[in-house]
Write a protein that binds this ligand. Sequence first.
Ligand code: PMV
Length: 330
Amino acid sequence: SPSAITTATASANTNIALIKYWGKVDEAQAIPATSSLSLTLGGTRTTTTVSFDGGDGAADSVTINGASPSAVELERVTRFLDLVRARSGVTAPATITSRASVPLAAGLASSAAGFAALAAAASRAAGMDLDGRELSRLARRGSGSATRSVFGGLVLWNAGHDDASSYAEPVACEMDLAMVVVVLSQRYKPISSTLAMRATMSSSPLFPAWVEASGRDLQVALEAVRAGDLARLGEIVEGNALGMHATMIAARPGIIYWLPQTVAALHAIRAMREEGLPVWATIDAGPNVKVLTEGARAEEVAAALRDRLTGTAVSVRRPGGGVRIEEGPC
Ligand code: PMV
């Protein structure tokens, strides 16, 4: 029978994939087409409190950054809580309050931190005591990238083939890595990653080739990490992200998340590399660019990016920790 705990607060950081996740072979279970590798970023926590305190027949009540979410977002949270209720035996509707430490429009995947924190808070509030792997499997059902935000630093999400085998785990890394986030547009509303993945898988002739390349990319990336070879890692990271975008650009109709400024940033990063800076680009389901670099040179890189890309917001993010249970409410 469920224990007495009915309220819990947890936090999680966002993460940026170095080797991307793009495509689900099983949408209901969120089993990805490929394994992926990411860096969890410090200072990007979302903190969420869940209380199973609602009366019979009431709906879940959700507040995100002090405001009510859209009907679509609310439904996504309720569907996720239904999984937790089904497993724990708790039946009460919940009150959920969530606060992000960086603005939602900061160009950092917010669903990764959001669903990792929600998985930890909701499972704890429902009296479950999940280990890291179980938590990462649960977070996967909320948002694919949330699977990886359960852990800190460098994280590998094993694609697996079913619920039990699709989970993330930390990867040992001695490298001094940082991500410089370049926000080019805050207004742009791209199509959701789920819809874009579906369209890419069903209509892009390039998708099977990317899946194959991605498996090799992951092995090279892991070797580069073991060898501490940033240039090798960076080349693979940039190539993998460009390949992911190539597959969706080739979907019919093509999905183009890039803006003109995105292409300008890619060229600026190439020019900086020719000048000797250790910089490699990665891009997610939006127009913004994240730059993988060496931690010791991150401020120098940020200054060079501000110089070349005027009118953009540039911020340095260093590796951060995994999901955490917090003492008080958020
Ligand atoms: O977690 P989702 O379903 O929003 O998908 C994220 C997909 C990318 O950010 C583009 C790549 C990744 O691996 O995070």
